[in-house]
Design a protein around this ligand. Structure first.
Ligand SMILES: Nc1nc2c(ncn2[C@@H]2O[C@H](COP(=O)(O)OP(=O)(O)O)[C@@H](O)[C@H]2O)c(=O)[nH]1
Ligand SMILES: [Mg+2]
Length: 250
């Protein structure tokens, strides 16, 4: 479990707009994380089929807030934690340190055009909890492929989808938001998302953020050093290229 620490920017009261918002995107591969990254920051789409193997950090001014977003590689939707390459797991945990002093909120991206079963649920739970159990208190489910819902409401979708998805949304204290990365429109959906993020953060008592717990990264380092029979031989070279995957064009 992680820890929450004050920003040092004074006590937040109520729904005062935040000046800085730091977001980490998590979710299965192909769930729409990178697209959501672009939607939030108002950027053009990436080339098709580009895979995110490293965290990507971007920032910009969104409705008057300075917003930093960290995109992560994600997990295969049917893979439990021990089946995920150690490099991907490490990259996920490193996301916490890519937006110092730490993220305010986690967006757990789930696409609505595919059914979400118990295996997907367990995969999500195990990978989210790599970041610490405290993440749930600051997580919001983002339903991507909102265009696919058509006229149906998210409430209706949730009712029909089943218990696995319901569990996930309940774990996030019923916080969710539908996003359409295909037709971005006038930005209303992002404005609304920012509102929900501010509510989430206010609910956790002002301008607090999630702090990387050293133990989490150390555990991963140790596992990595042990080398991995179960890790599928995915080893990363120590040292170089820490800027790889970083998006610094501002
Ligand atoms: N129709 C539709 N397609 C989407 C939406 N969001 C993402 N996609 C598509 O889904 C695929 C996977 O999205 P991507 O953002 O790369 O997922 P990631 O692996 O989680 O980063 C891409 O082909 C996107 O164009 C959406 O809201 N609507
Ligand atoms: Mg991606």
């Amino acid at each position: 479990p992680g820890m929450w620490s004050p920003d040092g920017s004074g006590s937040g009261s109520g729904l005062r707009p935040m000046t800085d918002i730091r977001i980490v995107l998590v979710g299965a591969k192909g769930s729409g994380k990178s697209s959501t990254f672009n939607t939030i920051l108002g950027r053009a789409d990436m080339p098709p089929f580009s895979r995110t193997s490293r965290c990507r950090v971007g920032d910009g001014v969104v409705f008057g807030r300075h917003v930093t977003v960290v995109d992560t590689p994600g997990w295969w939707r049917n893979y439990f934690c021990h089946e995920t390459p150690v490099l991907d797991r490490r990259e996920l945990v490193l996301a916490l340190s890519r937006c110092p002093p730490g993220p305010h909120v986690f967006l757990l991206v789930v696409r609505v055009d595919r059914s979400f079963g118990e295996t997907n649920r367990r995969a999500a739970q195990e990978h989210v909890e790599l970041l610490g159990e405290g993440v749930w208190a600051r997580a919001l489910v983002v339903f991507s492929f909102g265009d696919w819902l058509g006229a149906a409401t998210a409430e209706r979708y949730l009712e029909t989808e089943g218990t696995a998805l319901r569990w996930l949304v309940d774990r996030c204290s019923n916080r969710y938001h539908v996003i359409n990365n295909r037709t971005r429109g006038d930005g209303f959906q992002v404005r609304e998302l920012i509102g929900k993020i501010e509510e989430t953060v206010a609910g956790g008592n002002g301008n607090w953020h999630y702090e990387v717990e050293r133990r989490v990264t150390e555990t991963l380092e140790r596992r990595k050093r042990r080398g991995g029979e179960a890790e599928g031989g995915e080893e990363e070279e120590e040292g170089g290229a820490e800027e790889e995957g970083s998006d610094s064009d501002g």
